[in-house]
Write a protein that binds this ligand. Structure first.
Ligand code: ATP
Ligand code: MG
Length: 429
């Protein structure tokens, strides 16, 4: 196939075999967020490039090398969003919905775009569910975010497979003092640092803590620790968060090297990580960003949020065999009709049944093929029951009702009684 007729590398079709699992995952998260009082917001996929540069920071992996940026026909520089926080902050400011200290608990879902090397769990178009909370500054809300995700892992059967890592980056003042100490320490070892870290030492020194390079990691063992530089307020905030996690019984480990890739975090940062996906181990990540809204031109507004990668969580559900069995069956009842008159009757009958059982998953395959081939399709659909409507049934105003999963013989059901009968044997969601 010519290249222009193929999907772009790292951008995937999600095929019908996979969409039930996606919808199950997305539906589970949406219900949970609704239940905690979060409301959905939908932002555009494209924003002015400047928005991301200002919010994410110029010296971050995303802005330096991962953005899909292009000029539109007016000559404006636009970017396909690499993450959701920037656009969400832009939206709340533009609509004035956080003004006057108004609390907003918002969530969003959708595709994000980053020009990274595609591999398992890492794509150029990927999908996130994210949330952002504005105007709540206490550790109770940081805890709520983590508690909700913990509940989600419970509902999905993933609790044993994920681990919570926590750190505090302090306020920008304490982080500034820590940065100085770290730069001083690293500068004394600059010859032994890997090239990337040498570069970061100048541009974004905290990111050196993030290195995957073993020699640099060895040097970092003796580096100053952020925890020793935390101001009292940040320390109290962090203790408050930990106390709440302890109260709910959520295990965590403190990872002093957890700094996150983006500039805008302060105080709490956290990641849920797994060892089930190889190198792409972070499934959900977030933190507090009390300075961001102001930095983007708004009034000082505390904020905290996270984003989870849907592809990675779907991969995990598959790898750990946590795909609910009922997803394999997308059809409850399969109606086979034979002959023109029976076909018309089948359509009318199926609509009557749908009137009474709006949640019934009823597939109708009128007219196509022999009895044998229709029956095969009925069986393959995964349906629990087949309904048969041919000339004989038409004459008697009945349908043949045949269990397909070995629960009993075929019986004859009157049209008028069909919906009531189906209601007793198909459990409806
Ligand atoms: P990583 O360290 O894996 O590159 P990140 O720190 O860049 O992740 P965030 O910006 O925090 O990721 O995004 C939140 C979540 O979105 C990640 O934890 C991950 O689950 C998911 N994610 C990020 N980038 C990708 C990608 N290219 N493909 C698939 N999922 C991704
Ligand atoms: Mg990344």
């Amino acid at each position: 196939m010519s290249k222009s007729l193929q999907a772009i590398r790292g951008m995937n079709d999600i095929l019908p075999e996979q969409t039930p699992l996606w919808r199950y995952f997305e539906g589970t998260v949406a219900r949970l967020l609704d239940n905690y009082g979060y409301r959905q917001i939908r932002m555009p996929i494209v924003e002015f490039t400047e928005l991301f540069k200002r919010s994410i920071g110029e010296v971050t992996d995303i802005v330096e090398k991962e953005m899909y940026t292009f000029d539109d026909r007016n000559g404006d520089s636009l970017t396909l969003r690499p993450e959701g926080t920037a656009a969400c902050v832009r939206a709340v400011l533009e609509h004035g919905i956080t003004g006057g200290g108004q609390v907003q608990k918002l969530w969003y879902i959708g595709p994000m775009f980053r020009h990274e090397r595609p591999q398992k769990g890492r794509y150029r178009q990927f999908h996130q569910i994210g949330l952002e909370v504005f105007n709540l500054e206490g550790p109770d809300i940081d805890a709520e975010l983590i508690v909700m995700t913990w509940r989600l892992w419970g509902e999905l059967g993933l609790r044993d497979a994920v681990k919570l890592e926590l750190n505090s980056l302090g306020t920008s003042e304490s982080r500034g003092r820590y940065r100085e100490a770290l730069v001083e320490f690293l500068s004394a070892h600059v010859d032994k640092l890997d090239e990337d870290s040498q570069r970061r030492l100048k541009s974004n020194p905290l990111r050196v803590l993030d290195t995957k390079h073993p020699e640099t990691q060895a040097i970092l063992v003796d580096a100053p620790k952020m925890a020793d530089y935390l101001d009292d307020e940040s320390r109290a905030h962090f203790e408050g968060l930990k106390a709440r996690l302890d109260a709910v019984g959520i295990p965590y480990v403190i990872n002093p090297k957890l700094v996150r890739g983006l500039d805008y975090y302060s105080k709490t940062v956290f990641e849920w990580v797994t060892d089930k996906l190889g190198a792409q181990g972070t499934v959900c990540a977030g933190g507090r960003y009390d300075g961001l809204v102001e930095q983007m031109g708004g009034k000082p507004t505390p904020g905290v949020g996270f984003a989870m990668g849907i592809e990675r969580l779907v991969l995990m559900l598959e790898a750990l065999d946590k795909v609910p069995e009922e997803l394999a069956r997308q059809v409850d009842v399969y109606l086979c009709a034979f002959g023109e008159a029976a076909e018309l009757a089948a359509l009318a009958l199926s609509e009557r049944v749908r009137d009474q059982l709006p949640n019934l998953r009823l597939q109708i395959n009128a007219g196509a093929g022999s009895f044998k081939s229709q029956f095969k399709k009925a069986d393959k659909s995964g349906a629990l029951y087949a309904l048969i409507l041919g000339d004989d049934e038409l004459a008697q105003q009945v349908v043949g009702f045949k269990p397909l999963r070995g629960q009993g013989e075929q019986q004859s059901i009157a049209w008028d009684a069909l919906a009531a009968h189906l209601a007793t044997c198909v459990v409806q969601g």
